[in-house]
Design a protein around this ligand. Structure first.
Ligand code: ITT
Length: 188
């Protein structure tokens, strides 16, 4: 099976390839732009992108919207994660968290639009905490400051297979593969 991934982020593309290839799914890069709306949830952003791309004539694709949520900051940066990364970055987040509870989680909402298998969304979540200084060179975004629950390495210190094993996106991918398999079997 082949999936066309809409993203502007090369790291995400590699994570999907790494996670889905062993599950028998090949991932191609679909180079189109989606104007992410400002909304309260990742799910709403994903649905709006799906509608926009369908309106532009695209039919078979997947995309994801992800973010890091900090309860001590009422869920910030959440849906604003990209903007916050571009403006204050990891160092700014570390400053904001000074003296606060450092629990956090990542969430990934995947949207699938397929003529054959239908349209659906699914979510993956990775609980963890934000450490006090950046560690590691791998990954992207907030990876150097996020440590998933039960681990002693940040996402940026993990290889991609290990990050996918613990991450919001990796968990969403497992659900995705399961859902696609079920839908394909339903077609037989
Ligand atoms: P798209 O083109 O696929 O939207 P993006 O990089 O803008 O790529 P998102 O909107 O899904 O991705 O994510 C918003 C931000 O959240 C992103 O810019 C990162 O800073 C952060 N982020 C998302 N997933 C992450 C991950 O796995 N590890 C670290 N940071 C992540």
């Amino acid at each position: 099976m082949i999936l066309n991934l809409v993203t502007s982020n090369e790291h995400k593309l590699e994570e999907y390839r790494n996670g889905l290839y062993p599950l028998g799914i090949e991932v191609k890069h679909l180079h189109v732009d989606c104007d992410e709306i400002q909304a309260d949830t990742l799910h709403e952003v994903v649905l709006a992108c799906m509608e926009q791309l369908k309106g532009d004539g695209y039919r078979d694709f997947i995309l994801d919207d992800s973010g890091m949520f900090v309860p001590a900051l009422n869920g910030f940066p959440g849906v604003y994660s990209a903007y916050v990364m571009q403006t204050i970055g990891c160092q700014g987040m570390l400053r904001l968290l000074d003296g606060l509870n450092r629990s956090a989680h990542f969430e990934c909402c995947i949207g699938v639009c397929s003529d054959e298998l239908g349209e659906f969304t699914l979510t993956g979540r990775s609980p963890g905490r934000i450490i006090t200084e950046k560690r590691g060179e791998g990954g992207f975004g907030y990876d150097p400051i996020f440590m998933p629950e039960g681990q002693e390495l940040t996402f940026a210190e993990m290889d991609m297979v290990t990050k996918n094993h613990h991450s919001h996106r990796g968990k969403a991918m497992v659900e995705l593969a399961r859902e696609l398999k079920q839908r394909m079997e339903g077609k037989k």
